[in-house]
Write a protein that binds this ligand. Structure first.
Ligand code: PMP
Length: 424
């Protein structure tokens, strides 16, 4: 009998049987057939230390012996308290309060709800809509679907069910653009804000790297400009660092490239090193203190059952220790150098007629093609070379674990280039 497991994002009629994973160590996981695959996307970008990291596994075991779970309603515990302190220390100055939840989507729901209530408590109850960007992806819950790209995003079928928000064009200026080159992108943002700021609670963005909506990269100048526009129009700036956080763009957080502090920041994925699902929504004191007041409406009415789960917090603390002690930012810059030289710097790949763009940021490398059909066999070709790589739409990308060796990084890059060599 076929497995009753219903797989995500799968077309049930055409889906191939899912390979069965029986274990993982380092950058690789093993299938029940004995096949070992080098994971080029570290399980949707979260397994930043790779699989079976002894320190992370031990942290979970030790915590399990002490306390697996307890509600955070009216109670607290050391792992939650310590992790919140560490996140405040590591994130941009001014983010001083931490609301835990269980996934990136819920972390974003918390951020949006916080933004609406913040304005309501300040007497601006008309500010109930979000401003998001085209090419955005913020999650699959209803609130998040409503702020994903409404045209090209995967949720267009649900129009009518979802609340309607405002959208500005996705930024076009690349990472290395000058301040002048981002002016057109910022003018487009300004124009939406000028027209609709009275009903906009927050501007949401995946800073520098719009991930699942097409791996679109932009410049730190865009982030700075967005910060200034939000201040001018009394709109909160929410950074969704679910994908970009914990080193993916080359600095600890994408916000660090621009030296700015958003009003609210959402973290997940790499937060626990991928070992357990969890998220954190951080807020500045200005946002937090708006919730201090006498009316019943001042309470923030949100509380996922598993928020602050001790196992998740404990493994997140260990993940951060390993990150700092083992100089992960150094490792990421090393991976970046290889990707820049051997992927983005490969002229024959860039000049291939099927290839629209090749770009790299931090430990992220992307090949964008003109037509998705050019990538139809990319996953199979990679697998035949021992690499687990999945394309989506017109994008073939790698977001490897930061422990990936030079040789493994080359194996991944070669697997990414293979569909273009074989067709040439
Ligand atoms: N925001 C971004 C930028 C993401 O990439 C994702 C997941 N890919 C989410 C939010 C949603 O996170 P989750 O899948 O944990 O709900």
């Amino acid at each position: 009998m076929p497995s009753p497991v219903w797989h995500p994002y799968a077309h049930l009629k055409t889906q191939a049987a899912a390979p069965r994973v029986v274990g993982g160590r380092g950058t690789r996981f093993t299938l029940d057939t004995g096949e070992s695959l080098l994971d080029a996307t570290c399980s949707w970008w979260c397994m930043i230390h790779g699989y079976g990291h002894p320190r992370l596994v031990d942290a979970i075991k030790q915590q399990a012996d002490t306390l697996c779970h307890v509600m955070l309603g009216g109670l607290t515990h050391d792992p939650a308290d310590q992790l919140a302190r560490e996140l405040v220390r590591l994130t941009p100055d001014g983010l001083e309060h931490v609301f835990f939840s269980d996934s990136g989507s819920v972390g974003m729901e918390v951020a949006m709800k916080m933004a609406v209530q913040y304005h309501h408590l300040r007497g601006h109850s008309g500010k109930r809509r979000m401003l998001s960007l085209m090419k955005a992806y913020h999650g699959d819950t209803a609130g998040c679907m409503a702020v994903c790209d409404p045209e090209e995003g995967m949720h267009s079928l649900f129009a009518g069910y979802l609340p309607e928000h405002h959208f500005a064009p996705a930024p076009k200026a690349p990472y290395g653009a000058t301040a002048q080159q981002v002016e057109a992108d910022l003018a487009a943002l300004r124009s939406v804000l000028e027209q609709h700021h009275h009903e906009i609670a927050a501007l949401l963005m995946e800073p520098l790297l719009q991930a699942a909506g097409g791996l679109n990269m932009t410049s730190p100048h865009y982030l700075r400009g967005a910060r200034a526009l939000c201040d001018e129009f009394d709109v909160l700036l929410v950074f969704d660092e679910v994908a970009t956080g914990f080193g993916r763009t080359g600095k600890m957080f994408a916000a660090d490239h621009a030296d700015i502090t958003p009003d609210i920041m959402v973290l997940s994925k790499g937060l626990t090193g991928g070992y357990l699902g969890h998220a954190a929504t951080l807020a500045t004191t200005r946002v937090h203190n708006t919730f201090i007041g006498d009316s019943q409406l001042h309470a923030f009415m949100h509380g996922p059952t598993f928020m602050g789960n001790p196992l998740a917090c404990r493994v997140a603390l260990e993940s951060l220790r390993v990150f700092e002690e083992e100089d992960y930012l150094g490792k990421i810059s090393h991976l970046n150098a290889i990707l820049t030289r051997e992927l983005a710097g490969d002229d024959s790949l860039r000049q291939h007629p099927a290839v629209a763009d090749v770009r790299v940021l931090g430990a992220t490398g992307v090949i964008e093609v003109y037509d998705a059909s050019s990538l139809a066999h990319a996953a199979d070709i990679a697998r035949s070379r021992g690499v687990w790589l999945r394309s989506f739409g017109r994008w073939l990308y790698t977001m490897p674990a930061y422990i990936t060796s030079d040789e493994e990084m080359r194996q991944i890059i070669d697997a990414m280039k293979a569909p273009f060599l074989d067709a040439a």
